[in-house]
Design a protein around this ligand. Structure first.
Ligand code: IMP
Ligand code: MG
Length: 336
């Protein structure tokens, strides 16, 4: 088998932290995929996966590694030796086969200088301080260092081949995209599914696009669309607590707002999402707070069922690519 059969993609529809890790783990578990690939970003991401009740985290290495699947880090990713090495050690200690990890020789290196500069110049913008912006600046300024320039990565170099069924793992989310997001409060790469084609396949091979959303919005880092006043709202504070909305990479408290349906429609349609997965419904159910933002106004519901019906109707009406809307609580998938 030396040809790609199809490519499925999982991307974030909000501002990251939409439980993409969980969705990818559910998909990888089916044994359907020959490769799991990351297409952009670096260790600014944080994916949490539960396997047999145990919690695992990765930042750059695709979650396919937990299921013994070839895990590829693509040419538009950015990598720091120390944080990569930490992840490798962590995976080895936990018994996973790190020989399955391969990196495109064209991926760029995040140097210690990039990280220092990020801390100094971009932290006020709320970055994760992993050196992302300075590294991409050097890449696009064509003065960056690539993985192939470095001895350390020799044994990880990918042969640029993909075959069979491929799953691509998005990082961050639609509204953190460098082109679609609230610039400059964005990351420095593309979080949209088309970015996955940078791995070297035709967009025509894309079969399904799983779009991950939470049932409420969260923002880690600074963004005028998530003003400080949100932290004075008693109900939203309850969601932070109940939903444990603290960053995987930075441990910062995330800002929370009601799910913005207007934005969700746009991110579903532009990303080409076919399957929407809306997570953490149990958080609102526990608190008995059911609200969304629709046409710029807050709209309340009496029950989770009413809220789901409303969302389903709107997505049915406004998002013609969508084949399925799945609701999920913190741990399990609930198909509807
Ligand atoms: P950077 O990617 O570290 O430069 O951060 C740019 C912006 O994106 C900041 O507001 C970060 O908080 C946000 N960000 C980057 N990666 C993630 C992520 O994986 N989840 C949530 N927010 C992120
Ligand atoms: Mg995350």
């Amino acid at each position: 088998m030396n040809k790609i059969n199809y490519v499925d993609i999982c991307c974030g529809l909000n501002w990251g932290d939409e439980a993409k890790g969980k969705i990818i783990a559910e998909l990888a578990k089916t044994n359907e995929y020959n490769f799991v690939c990351r297409w952009a970003g670096g260790s600014n991401a944080g994916h949490t996966v539960y396997i047999n009740g145990k919690k695992y985290k990765t930042h750059l290495i695709p979650c396919g590694i937990f299921y013994n699947i070839s895990s590829i880090i693509g040419p538009d990713c950015v990598i720091n030796i120390n944080s990569f090495n930490r992840e490798i050690e962590y995976l080895k200690e936990n018994g996973f086969n790190t020989d399955l990890i391969k990196i495109s020789e064209n991926a760029h290196l995040i140097t210690d200088e990039h990280i220092e500069e990020d801390k100094l110049k971009y932290k006020s913008q709320g970055t994760t301080a992993q050196g992302i912006a300075p590294c991409y600046r050097d890449k696009y300024g064509r003065v960056g260092k690539q993985i192939k320039d470095i001895e350390y990565f020799k044994k990880y170099i990918w042969d640029n081949k993909l075959s069979g069924n491929v799953l691509c793992e998005g990082a961050q989310g639609f509204w953190l995209d460098i082109n679609q997001g609230n610039y400059p409060y964005v990351t420095s790469s593309t979080t949209l599914p088309y970015g996955a084609c940078s791995l070297g396949f035709s967009p025509k091979l894309i079969r399904k696009i799983y779009g991950a959303s939470k049932i409420y919005d969260t923002r880690s880092g600074i963004d005028p669309d998530f003003p400080e006043e949100l932290l004075n709202d008693e109900e939203l504070l309850l969601i932070i607590k109940e939903g444990k909305e603290y960053g995987t990479t930075t441990n910062r408290m995330r800002k929370v707002n009601w799910l913005n349906i207007d934005k969700l429609i746009k991110s579903i349609n532009i990303s080409g999402t076919t399957d929407v997965v809306i997570s953490k419904i149990d958080v609102l159910d526990k608190l008995k707070k059911f609200k969304v933002i629709y046409e710029k106004k807050i709209k309340s519901f009496d029950s989770l069922e009413d809220m789901k019906d409303f969302i389903n109707n709107i997505l049915n009406k406004s998002c013609s690519n969508v084949e399925k809307v799945i609701y999920s609580n913190n741990v399990e998938f609930v198909d509807v």
